[in-house]
Design a protein around this ligand. Structure first.
Ligand code: GLN
Length: 473
């Protein structure tokens, strides 16, 4: 059972507050849980602004407003701008930087009556799969304190799983919402690219980054997504699609075509493969049909991602120059030293590795061989997904090859760390919506996540299918 199972979720809280329950008391309880956090999931608690916002929500409800997220305590990953509050992407280079404006998602959360109670730990600049690259140190997995929570949205996932908040926002560039959701036993959803505005999200890989919810179930995710999604003129890549519907599209399993990918023979944990087999059987018993599908270029996805994502990151992170934001080195001899030393002191080892890789793949002599080639492979993968979704309504697989691994186990082996995202990266490259659904535990009590990927733009259908699948697991 999830440690948070006894606490009310997003829908219950909003319903209670809209019916007259006091949001201040609800937020006070969440603040106390955040302040007592033993997992290092919460890196900053915004007590004063949270209580003030809760009092405002009480006022708005008292004067007749019905707010979709009335009084719901929320944590933001530390890469989402909340005006007047620090935003540091858990990197020393941004120490002391205060968000000058609200991210669009924050603007929308506040308008909907949500109460932001603090910031969640994450891998530095969202680069990592274990939360171990954070300048605040790792988060502990609520199911086993010696294990990682996953990453990069590790604090968001752990906080939801531990019952600190019913909803946290994360960001997902290659799996960073879904992999920690799987490791911690929560639902985590990466929307269709462009469906949620990236305005006010500290950029990592701009063509891949999406903000999304981590919460208890598909209905809570739909409610959160309904609030934060929808076109935003402040994000030039924002989709013209309307906001996601506030409830998942109800979907019967009978007649549903579930795409099954061929899985690698090696590297998949037996407990995860047994969970997948059981899920397939349950779905077939409920009338769904299992359809074999192929994504022929998916085997290149990890390589392709580590070229495109690092190229974009090297370019995005060039703005952290020691002058405009955050950390500046002491007593530099000249301007060049300001840049070089501020960046060397401020960025952690993994971020530096990505910047070097990205600079290399974008450099004049290698652009064609690496970056442009990866872009062409990405195009083929987009076509693979379109072909697969002509034959099925959803693709079902594991979210991760293994359950949560031990703290320290992979941090010195970048390739092993990168392979964590082998099942999740394809959805980012193709821009399709995908989510991780809690699907039981290993015999050591570690959560297992199942991965559902849907056709482009069909986020509400995907959430509906997730709800239907969850009901038979
Ligand atoms: N683990 C992947 C990486 O380190 C994905 C990160 C993410 O989705 N932000 O790049």
């Amino acid at each position: 059972m999830s440690p948070a199972a006894h606490l009310p979720g997003v829908r219950q809280i909003a319903a209670q507050v809209n019916a007259g329950a006091c949001p201040v008391a609800i937020v006070e309880a969440a603040l106390q849980r955040a302040e007592a956090d033993q997992l290092n999931a919460v890196i900053r608690v915004y007590r004063d602004s949270a209580l003030a916002t809760a009092a405002e929500v009480a006022q708005r409800v008292a004067t007749g407003a019905s707010l979709p997220l009335a009084g719901v305590p929320v944590l933001l990953k530390d890469n989402i701008c909340y005006q007047g509050h620090p935003v540091e992407a858990c990197s020393r280079i941004l120490t002391g930087f205060v968000a000058p404006y609200h991210a669009t998602v924050v603007e929308r959360l506040l308008a909907a009556g949500a109460v932001i109670i603090g910031a969640a730990n994450m891998d530095s600049f969202a680069m990592g799969s274990s939360n171990e690259t954070s300048c605040h140190g790792p988060v502990r997995n609520p199911h086993d304190p010696n294990r990682v929570p996953g990453g990069s949205s590790g604090g968001s996932a752990a906080a939801v799983a531990a019952g600190i908040v019913p909803l946290a926002l994360g960001s997902d560039t290659g799996g960073s919402i879904r992999q920690p959701a799987a490791f911690c036993g929560t639902l985590g959803c990466k929307p269709t690219y462009g469906r949620v505005s990236r305005y006010g999200l500290l950029a990592f890989g701009s063509s891949l980054d999406q903000i999304g919810p981590l919460c208890r179930d598909a209905a809570d995710a739909a409610l959160a997504l309904a609030v934060i999604s929808g076109h935003d003129p402040l994000d030039s890549t924002s989709s013209p699609l309307p906001a996601v519907a506030a409830a998942p599209t109800a979907r019967a399993l009978a007649g549903l075509r579930i795409g099954m990918l061929e899985l690698p023979d090696e590297g998949l944990d037996p407990a995860i493969s047994a969970t997948l087999t059981r899920a397939r059987q349950a779905l077939e018993a409920a009338g769904a049909s299992l359809v074999p599908v192929r994504l022929p270029h998916d085997r290149h996805a990890v390589a392709c991602y580590y070229i495109i994502a690092t190229g974009e990151a090297a370019s995005n992170l060039s703005r952290y120059d020691g002058i405009h934001y955050g950390h500046r080195c002491q007593d530099p001899a000249d301007l060049e030293e300001v840049y070089a030393r501020s960046r060397a002191e401020g960025f952690g080892a993994e971020v530096q590795r990505r910047i070097m890789l990205g600079t290399y793949v974008l450099s004049a002599g290698y652009l064609d061989a690496y970056y442009l080639k990866a872009q062409r492979v990405r195009r083929l993968l987009v076509q693979d997904y379109a072909t697969a979704f002509a034959a099925c309504d959803v693709i079902l697989g594991p979210t991760t090859p293994t359950p949560a691994f031990a703290l320290g186990e992979k941090i010195d082996d970048p390739l092993q760390m990168y392979l964590n995202d082998i099942f999740t990266i394809g959805a980012n490259l193709a821009g399709v919506p995908a989510l991780s659904l809690p699907a039981g535990h290993t015999d050591k009590g570690l959560p297992i996540g199942l991965h559902l990927q849907g056709p482009h733009g069909q986020d509400e259908a995907l959430l509906g299918i997730a709800a239907a699948v969850a009901a038979v697991l």
